[in-house]
Ligand binder design. Sequence first.
Ligand SMILES: Cc1cc2nc3c(=O)[nH]c(=O)nc-3n(C[C@H](O)[C@H](O)[C@H](O)COP(=O)(O)OP(=O)(O)OC[C@H]3O[C@@H](n4cnc5c(N)ncnc54)[C@H](O)[C@@H]3O)c2cc1C
Length: 381
Amino acid sequence: MYMEAFDMANSSYPNIAIIGGGPGGLMLARLLQVRGITATIFERDTHGDERPQGGSLDLHAGTGQRAMRLAGLEQAFLAAARPEDQGDRLYDPAGTLLFDRDGLDDDRPEIDRTALRRILLESLDPGTVRWGSKVETIAPAGKGNYQVVANGVAMAFDIVIGADGAWSRVRPLLSDAVPIYEGVTLVEFGFDTQRHPAVDALVGSGKMFAVGANLALIGQRNGHGHIRGYTAQRIPEGDARKLAEATPEQVRETLLEAFTGWAPSLTDMIERGSFIGVRPLHALPVGHRWTSRPGLTLIGDAAHVMSPFGGEGVNLALADAADLADALMSGEGWDAVTRFEEAMAVRASPAAEGAAKGLEGTLSSAGVSNVLAHYRRRVAA
Ligand SMILES: Cc1cc2nc3c(=O)[nH]c(=O)nc-3n(C[C@H](O)[C@H](O)[C@H](O)COP(=O)(O)OP(=O)(O)OC[C@H]3O[C@@H](n4cnc5c(N)ncnc54)[C@H](O)[C@@H]3O)c2cc1C
């Protein structure tokens, strides 16, 4: 069956595969399901909590929160969200507090990734997610459909949606673009506030940054007495690769050398945090788009991965899911999806530009003065 005539609004709906059970893919499946359409999600994780899902996320009113509302999950979101954790703190490398705001009037409540994933998963019909299904290939299979191969098993679908993040297997069928290393690598650590009261006090009610020349230390409050810590370093890609292959002890040693001269109150985070992982940052070119191809599309990081320094990634993924569900249900066939793809690129471009500028501004030779000026401008606006 092919798409020129698909009309999901009138129940001649196609067979849909969503590759990736991250926030974007799960939200899309939910928004189709509330309208009576079942999609199959292929997810390489073997269950919802298989790996650390990463730090806390703030959902924005017009994008992430809107999608949760459309999905009928607003109450579940509000029950799990932490509006009290929207503060910002900024330190210099000597450990001097330069900026402190509680953020209580903001409308960007934080939610743990595990909580967001759980809410979305619990909203789906049992069996929607095929766990432990790492998609190996996707290829045109004639008659306008696509063959998805996971764990050596092939299945045919009319529509395949790549919600499979930065290293999408679907994207190469649409675009030659590949994410480029942005020159900055994060190393992630975990803290339990009971065991680390000094880190607890340092971080305050939300996020803290300590910034030096081309170096930063970040602390982010999560739920349930946890804090995520990150070092951010401007290093060449080869060094990032070596760091990713090093043992946790070697990583710690390399970082302590890079942060020589910083206050012990800050470097304690490197010495005492539980090592989680090395994360070199990659981004697709700002404004990434492709020629629409019926039956195949992308959402979220697969379409527009950007550095986390803009704080928009998950919000865009959730908003893309909401808009793609609308396009698929519009009864206007693939033309509506083509319009969605264009609108998605237009929305993602300024966010990607902002994320790239945020990264440049934070990890610069000017050190903390750039970031302080940014925070002060934001308060004055
Ligand atoms: C350190 C860090 C901090 C961040 N902080 C923030 C923040 O504060 N705010 C914010 O808005 N965004 C933040 N982001 C960005 C945010 O995490 C992403 O934009 C968001 O997760 C994108 O969602 P997604 O569903 O598109 O992709 P992902 O979350 O990447 O999900 C993709 C899913 O696809 C699965 N998958 C991948 N390949 C395959 C395959 N071949 N077969 C089957 N399954 C596959 C993966 O296992 C994963 O579950 C941060 C990112 C990083 C790295």
